[in-house]
Design a protein around this ligand. Structure first.
Ligand code: MRU
Length: 351
């Protein structure tokens, strides 16, 4: 059995000095790739979730930052650096929760800070190289996560996942879906239950689509069906991704993840979170210190273009929630599976 990911379009492509992003808002109905002409366009693409998923917005942010200074290489070094820092802050403002965005932008800015003696066009070239390296590194990290997570998948398991932490959210295998792709490659039979993930339906539009494309046995369920599936003994394992993991192991991930974790605890099911090191934020001591993005009214009051709520209704739209580390069985990382006590073990693996 071979991995059939080749059928998936590339989420992010840097080609001949230009950035191309797959517009994920149009999936699975249309595969539209947009060339990014300006940094404002990249900001909008991140804000509107045309590119989404923590690692992918980090990679897109890095390329977007490079793009923002593409025509500024005539500036003296100090002015170039100032402009780079300004654009990094601008891009970082697109979405607050996934730390990968800030991490990647900081990495590009730091690269420029390390090269004060080079000519600015050469610095620009090095920044492009750094962004490409972030992109390439993500492929490797996802595969390592996949290899460690593969050890958890036994034949005929039912695996539940929430949101999309797959190929579309990264540069290749994904994080939560990486063990599933590798298990499928090895011919291990298993079934995935994909939560649809209201309000923006990343589970139905993206996860069920990409797993189906890869030939993996996937069943789409509405979010409120997860408890029932678990009660029927259909789920043996939960794997989700993360947007930020705090130093104590608390996890910020797509809204609804906390509910899934509580359900898994109730039904005594293992609940794993897959993430690369770039998602771990030692500056956040715990989940309370993570900013949760609040999104617009229409995502809640409408289903697609159709209004489903009364006019003038009060609403809330937090895009993420925090799952306490006490509900997490393990963190599947690029360096291995980290288990409690998280504070101590995260420090030991990555500190
Ligand atoms: O709002 P989104 O679609 O960017 O949210 C994505 C998630 O919550 C993913 O689970 C997370 O970013 C991990 S992606 C490997």
């Amino acid at each position: 059995m071979t991995l059939t990911l080749v059928h998936l379009p590339e989420t992010i492509r840097w080609q001949d000095g230009d950035l191309y992003l797959l517009d994920q808002t149009q999936l699975p109905l249309a595969t539209v790739v947009e060339k990014q002409a300006t940094v404002e366009q990249v900001w909008q693409a991140i804000k509107q979730l045309k590119v989404r998923g923590a690692p992918a917005i980090g990679i897109a942010g890095a390329y977007g930052l490079v793009l923002s200074v593409k025509h500024q290489t005539h500036l003296p070094y100090s002015a170039f650096l100032l402009e780079l820092e300004r654009q990094a802050a601008y891009l970082d403002s697109a979405r607050p929760t996934a730390v990968n965005l800030k991490w990647a932008l900081t990495r590009i800015v730091n690269k420029a800070r390390q090269l004060p003696d080079l000519a600015v066009p050469e610095i620009y070239r090095r920044l492009v190289e750094e962004a490409v390296q972030i992109h390439d590194e993500d492929r490797r990290l996802c595969r390592q996560i996949g290899e460690h997570g593969l050890t958890l998948i036994q034949p005929n398991m039912g695996i539940l996942t929430h949101c999309n932490a797959g190929s579309l959210a990264t540069s290749e295998l994904g994080t939560a879906l990486a063990p599933m792709y590798l298990a499928h490659e090895q011919g291990i039979p298993f079934r995935v239950y994909a939560d649809e993930t209201r309000p923006l339906l990343q589970g139905s539009r993206l996860t069920s689509w990409e797993l189906q494309q890869a030939g993996i046995d996937v069943t789409l369920i509405c979010d409120n069906m997860a408890a029932h599936m678990m009660s029927q003994g259909l789920v043996d394992l939960v794997i989700v991704g993360a947007d930020r993991v705090a130093a104590n192991g608390d996890v910020a991930n797509k809204i609804g993840t906390l509910g899934v974790a509580i359900l898994a605890h109730h039904f005594n099911l293992p609940f794993y979170v897959a993430c690369p090191y770039s998602t771990i934020d030692f500056a956040a001591p715990d989940g309370k210190s993570i900013v949760i993005e609040e999104r617009s009214e229409a995502e809640v009051t409408h289903f697609g273009d159709r209004r489903t709520a009364p006019e003038n209704i009060q609403y809330r739209n937090p895009a993420f929630d925090i799952t306490s580390h006490t509900l997490v069985t393990g963190l599947i990382t690029d360096k291995g599976i980290i288990r409690p006590p998280y504070g101590e073990n995260l420090e030991r693996f990555y500190g």
